[in-house]
Ligand binder design. Structure first.
Ligand code: SF4
Length: 154
């Protein structure tokens, strides 16, 4: 089973109330088992909501509100939901395809906390949790390379 960010499949859960629909991700998942999650809305945040970025060990939105607990709660809930889905199907979670640069879903590179569109090294709260659990995490930007690697290993 694959965990996927809901916004990549066209769910309007992005901070601005829109989506991050990726045709490539959608197509890749066509014949696969997946669990779609949005950690931020699962943590009780609305869509739309003020954009947030990671600052040190906290998550702060552009209204200067600390939303760390909602992010952590949502990440835990998203992980539990994915585990439940995998258990129901008798499958292991083999991969997560998450939205690049998000303070929840970003993997390897995230926005730097200045709200200036600058990225820096780091993981979003949910991506970090999945990595702690031993799950391989890629973003939509890495999917093509992942598929090529998958194909060459066949
Ligand atoms: S938390 Fe993840 S799934 Fe939800 S909108 Fe942000 S990037 Fe998409």
């Amino acid at each position: 089973m694959i965990i996927v960010s809901g916004c990549l499949l066209g769910i309007p859960c992005k901070y601005d109330g829109g989506t991050n629909l990726s045709k490539d991700v959608k197509e890749y998942l066509t014949d696969k088992s997946y669990a779609m999650v949005c950690p931020e809305t699962m943590g009780g945040l609305s869509a739309p909501r003020p954009p947030a970025e990671i600052v040190g060990d906290r998550v702060i939105n552009n209204q200067n509100e600390d939303v760390t607990e909602a992010f952590r709660l949502g990440a835990e809930k998203a992980w539990r939901l994915a585990c439940e889905r995998a258990e129901e199907k008798g499958e292991d979670i083999t991969l997560a395809i998450l939205k690049a640069r998000s303070p929840s879903c970003g993997s390897g590179r995230i926005y730097d906390g200045t709200f200036a569109g600058v990225v820096t090294d780091g993981d979003g709260i949910f991506a970090a949790l999945l990595k702690e659990k031993g799950i391989k995490v890629i973003t939509e930007d890495e999917l093509e390379a992942y598929i090529e690697e998958e194909t060459s290993n066949d």
